[in-house]
Design a protein around this ligand. Structure first.
Ligand code: FAD
Length: 334
């Protein structure tokens, strides 16, 4: 039976039904392959209910659209294949997302909480005159989200009254969607006026044979206790034997031991591997914010009072210059 309010609405010709949710996920990729964060963002999108569409923008990226169309939960893939999207500049992607939004009127726009998502979401939100909701770790309802504050030491629940929710999603907080059981339709994304303010010139990508820090199953990070960049070789050797990625604390980055794309923490990368080994890292809250969701945490520190031991599952109070080579030798024996 229809409620009185509903009947009155129908009589007055008022649209009383709630708007259905529909979500756009901005896909991250390298024109060849999806970046894993997208699979996590798609899972978050499916939790909002309603239809999930994915926007693949790039140059010569048809293969990626194919890949996305096979991801479980995706209904539609919108493809924008043009040289205008070389380098994935947020300045170029923003008009495209806005044109897509103008045509499809999504209730939610999601991107990963990555460098790209973090620079795209605020631009899109500002143009839509809504707030960008950053780095969510949970969804309570289509308008209520959970995120961490105070460097991961407190959890905040936030209700958004915006008509469109523009959100970045923390990948480690959502499982990856099944990449092989979907069958989404593909269509061309709406045309957008390219940005006249910025142009992609070139980029130098750091090359590494080691696994990517944010998706590696094991991570070994070094801190100021490593003393210098040369000594990181010990960690690289051990990591290569274990198939692990290598990270660092901000103190190690600031001291110039390693490049800043290795930084783990509040202002670096957020990781949640199966195994995280912290070597010569004290465990400041800003570092913990980036790694404390790891399944097993091992800490090696010569100071028994170091705060890292409070979050560690296994702690070794020892001189790292003695025990890291010993660990390497043990892995060799295996
Ligand atoms: P230290 O705190 O100096 O610790 C070095 C540790 O090495 C010590 O515990 C010592 O006992 C141990 N050690 C020394 N020699 C040996 C040895 N031979 N064997 C074994 N152990 C040894 N930090 C981050 O890491 N990531 C971030 O993203 C980040 N963002 C920040 C954002 C803001 C706004 C601010 C204010 C700070 C941020 N920081 C961040 C910095 C953070 O507060 C700490 O300063 C930093 O994490 C300390 O790095 P560390 O543990 O390597 O150095």
């Amino acid at each position: 039976m229809l409620s009185r309010a509903c009947l009155q609405g129908v009589r007055r010709g008022v649209h009383v039904f709630k708007r259905f949710n529909s979500t756009l996920v901005v896909v991250e990729h390298n024109n060849e392959k999806l970046t894993p964060i997208t699979l996590h963002a798609i899972t978050a999108a499916t939790k909002l209910g309603g239809e999930v569409s994915c926007l693949v923008a790039g140059s010569q990226c048809a293969k990626v659209a194919e890949e996305v169309s096979k991801v479980a939960g995706v209904k539609k893939v919108l493809l924008a294949d043009s040289d205008a999207f070389k380098g994935f500049l947020p300045e170029a992607l923003t008009p495209l997302v806005l044109a897509t939004q103008s045509q499809f009127k999504f209730t939610h726009i999601l991107a990963g909480a990555t460098a790209l998502g973090k620079s795209l979401a605020p631009r899109v939100a500002a143009k839509l005159d809504v707030s960008a909701i950053s780095d969510i770790i949970g969804i309570q309802s289509p308008d209520t989200f959970v995120r961490t504050i105070y460097a991961g030491n407190a959890i905040q629940t936030l209700k958004s009254n915006d008509s469109v929710k523009v959100i970045t999603v923390r990948g480690t907080a959502f499982d990856a969607a099944d990449a092989d059981s979907g069958s989404a339709a593909q269509e061309e994304a709406p045309a957008a006026t390219p940005s006249a303010t910025s142009e992609f010139v070139s980029q130098e990508l750091s090359k590494s044979d080691r696994p990517d820090l944010t998706s590696a199953k094991s991570v070994i990070s070094g801190g100021r206790g490593m003393k210098n960049g040369e000594n990181f070789k010990m960690l690289y050797d051990l990591a290569d034997k274990m198939g692990a990625a290598v990270g660092a604390s901000r103190a190690a980055v600031d001291a110039g031991f390693v490049p800043n794309d290795m930084q783990v923490g509040q202002t670096g990368k957020i990781v949640a591997p199966d195994l995280y080994i912290a070597v010569g890292i004290s465990g400041a809250i800003q570092h913990l914010a980036g790694m404390k969701d790891s399944k097993i945490i091992v800490a090696i520190n010569k100071d028994p009072e170091a705060p890292i031991f409070q979050v560690a599952d296994y702690g070794l109070v020892a001189d790292l210059f003695k025990v890291v080579p010993e660990m390497s030798a043990l892995v060799d024996k295996k």
